[in-house]
Design a binder for this molecule. Structure first.
Ligand code: IVH
Length: 669
């Protein structure tokens, strides 16, 4: 590799790793797995060793990622909070052991601990009282989250004990039990808030909430793994942790004292299966030298202690043959390549298909038909192809190329600049897109038609009984009864439910039409300005863009929808069937405390749903808006409000109002 090439690859890797650090530590929304991250970091480390002239002090190989955020006050760590070197294989663990043994003639003991996957915390106690809890931050200083940490039941506020140092720091991992995580994500999905990717992100996100009451409701736990003080009770790590357990901290039962590296390896393999059934996620095992004296002799590198290492369990992978690639068209027209594989056993289940994500991924893998490919399955993610074993490549095998036309309707595919996915632009006639729009039309927040699910829609579609949602209103029970899976009773229920939907209010009908960029809020705003659909159809583009909440993108999408004759025909038929296309004039106004106020709702709430809050705002004279701007009066901020909204609010000085404060303002509490 030439110097210039090395330099540019190093720069590229640093930039990429820094961005992944930000996504992981600040946004709590990682895009790649730890394993993929470690591969990139390893490449950078190798290059820096080969080209030491390019080593800089704040390279991701030297500095730890930072979780520092603006909302909290930062404090310095009395003892820097470092990271751990890690490995995925046995040989490197044996190397670690050999290095340690070379440095001493004394007998070595290792402590093995499970590596809990959460957010790390450093808690200081003075004279037995919890005085401050700080996140890792950048390793030197971190965010003060004391109030939040004090809500965690397994962390004592005050302790007594014979061997208690007058001041000490205890470190541990804050985690969200998987059961709590599942429940939280269900709530978030129902409230149309992006669910957390995994319990680690949920725990880290919760720790950074501004309302400790919500933190308390999330049942976090803390497992401690490190005790620091000027004078510690014992001269070894193991006994110090056992002592901390006496003081009331949660020290995992799984911790083991091992006399040599073989016992360590045994511990690792013993936990390989049971780890999957723990109530918490763990991603490996931490191996620490037990003697504090030896720890001190071994010391630290800039980033991690030389006396400890993390062994990480790798997502399981298998190799198998690629039989074919099919292209699937999703409900919104996005085309996803999917690989059909020779069935292979992977983490206890048979894998026959794997996602290939997009055209870039296929090109990156340089995939050919009949290739032997590596498949990986991590957690609940769909299996994916992570590499090709080129030694098995047959000279004559055909290269996989991304299709240029939609496999469902033949329309040439489109890829927008800056986007990774191809999509089919034929939204009016491409079957999966048509079905997707019908599914949206019948959904709970739109027309709320019960008894019709995805499968029934597929069935009706395949029997040519419906082509678009206006066809639903022409269906007769007699047509449904003979269909597979549908009996007389469910057929008549479906018809009843369709009939009932004609009473759906105008703004929800507007939302149900599925006009791109017209969500519930925009639909409500439009229904307020254009009292009938004809007013909307006959409006000038200027009238639309004149509405403060409607930008050019939304306006263009509404106009494009309404100049399409096929859409107008659908609307005409819906009208004939009695669907409401005008606003009722009954108002439910209950107060005027919010007159003239423009309010943005963000986050999850405890006492009412987001929809209920939207309604309360309107009933009290306020207006809902989805974007934070200079004219936003305040943000009704729930738990976990979006990062970008938060940043914007700080920048523009828009106040945040909590759920309780809001209820007080409108006189509900
Ligand atoms: S010891 C200097 N022990 O892993 C000692 N860390 O990759 C550093 N972690 O920041 C930490 N379980 O958040 C240690 N049993 C354990 C751990 C553990 C999880 C986390 C911790 C640390 C990170 C390092």
């Amino acid at each position: 590799m030439k110097l210039s090439e090395a330099k540019s690859r190093i720069d590229e890797l640093r930039k990429e790793l820094e961005e992944h650090n930000r996504k992981y530590y600040v946004l709590n929304q990682p895009e790649i797995t730890d394993f993929q991250y470690d591969i990139l970091l390893n490449e950078l480390d190798t290059l820096e060793k080969k080209f030491p002239e390019f080593i800089i002090e704040d390279s991701p190989t030297i500095r730890v990622g930072s979780d520092i955020t603006r909302e909290f006050v930062q404090f310095e760590h009395k003892y820097p909070m470092l990271s751990l070197g890690n490995t995925y294989n046995e040989d490197e663990l044996r190397d670690f052991d050999a290095r340690i043994r070379k440095s001493t003639t004394e007998l070595i003991e290792y402590v093995c601990e499970l590596k809990f996957d959460g957010a790390s915390i450093s808690i200081t106690y003075e004279n037995g009282a919890l005085s401050r809890a700080i996140t890792r931050g950048d390793g030197t200083r971190g965010d003060d989250v004391t109030l939040n940490v004090k809500t965690i039941k397994s962390i004592p506020h005050s302790i007594t004990g014979k061997k208690l140092p007058s001041e000490f720091v205890i470190r541990g991992e804050i985690m969200m039990p998987r059961a709590v995580f599942d429940r939280l994500n269900e709530e978030r999905t129902a409230a149309e808030i992006a669910p957390f990717a995994n319990p680690r992100n949920a725990a880290a996100g919760t720790l950074k909430l501004l309302d400790p009451k919500i933190v308390a409701s999330r049942s976090l736990v803390c497992m401690v793994y490190f005790l620091l003080a000027e004078e510690l009770p014992y001269d070894n790590h193991y006994e110090n942790l056992k002592e901390a357990s006496e003081w009331g901290f949660t020290v995992p039962e799984s911790i083991r004292l091992c006399r040599n590296i073989d016992e360590v390896l045994k511990f690792i393999s013993q936990w390989d299966t049971p780890r999957k059934n723990l109530p918490y996620d763990i991603d490996g095992v931490v191996i620490k030298v037990n003697s504090l004296k030896l720890q001190k002799d071994l010391g630290f590198t800039a980033k991690s202690p030389r006396w400890a290492i993390a062994y990480k369990y790798k997502a399981e992978e298998a190799s198998t043959r690629l039989l074919s690639v099919v292209f699937q068209v999703g409900r919104t027209g996005t085309v996803t390549p999917v690989a059909n594989l020779e069935p292979v056993l992977l983490s206890g289940s048979t894998v026959k298909r794997a996602t290939l994500h997009n055209a870039d991924q296929i090109a990156l893998l340089d995939l050919h038909l009949n290739d032997m490919v590596y498949v990986e399955k991590g957690g609940e993610i769909i299996p994916k192809i992570i590499g090709v074993d080129h030694s098995f490549r047959n000279e004559t095998s055909k290269k996989i190329v991304f299709i240029s036309n939609c496999p469902e309707c033949g329309t040439p595919l489109v890829k927008n600049e800056g986007e990774v996915n191809h999509f089919c632009p034929n939204y009016l006639h491409c079957p999966p897109q048509l079905k997707g729009r019908i599914e949206h039309f019948i959904s709970r927040k739109a027309m709320n038609i019960d008894g019709l699910g995805e499968e029934t829609i597929d069935l009706l579609f395949s029997k040519n009984l419906i082509r678009n949602f206006s066809d639903l209103y022409d269906l007769k029970a007699e047509q449904l009864v003979p269909l597979e899976r549908l009996g007389e009773k469910s057929a008549s229920n479906i018809i009843k439910s369709i009939k009932k939907s004609v009473d759906t209010p105008y703004h929800r009908v507007l939302y149900a039409l599925g006009i791109r960029h017209v969500g519930e809020t925009v639909a409500k705003i439009i229904s307020g300005k254009f009292k009938t659909i004809d007013d909307l159809i006959n409006s000038d583009p200027e009238q639309l863009t004149g509405i403060r909440e409607i930008g050019p993108k939304i306006a263009a999408s509404i106009i494009a929808y309404l100049i399409d004759n096929e859409n107008i025909e659908i609307i005409r038929r819906l009208k004939l069937n009695g669907i409401r296309f005008s606003e009722d004039t009954v108002t439910k106004k209950t107060g005027n405390t919010l007159d003239g106020k423009i309010i943005v709702i963000s986050g999850v709430f405890l006492k009412h749903s987001r929809d209920e809050y939207k309604e309360m705002i309107e009933n009290n004279g306020g207006k809902n808006s989805s974007a934070v701007s200079g004219s936003t009066s305040f943000i009704l901020a729930g738990d976990n409000m979006g990062q970008s909204k938060k940043e914007k609010a700080v920048e523009l000085g828009v106040p945040l109002v909590s759920e309780n404060e809001f209820l007080e303002i409108i006189g509900e509490e």
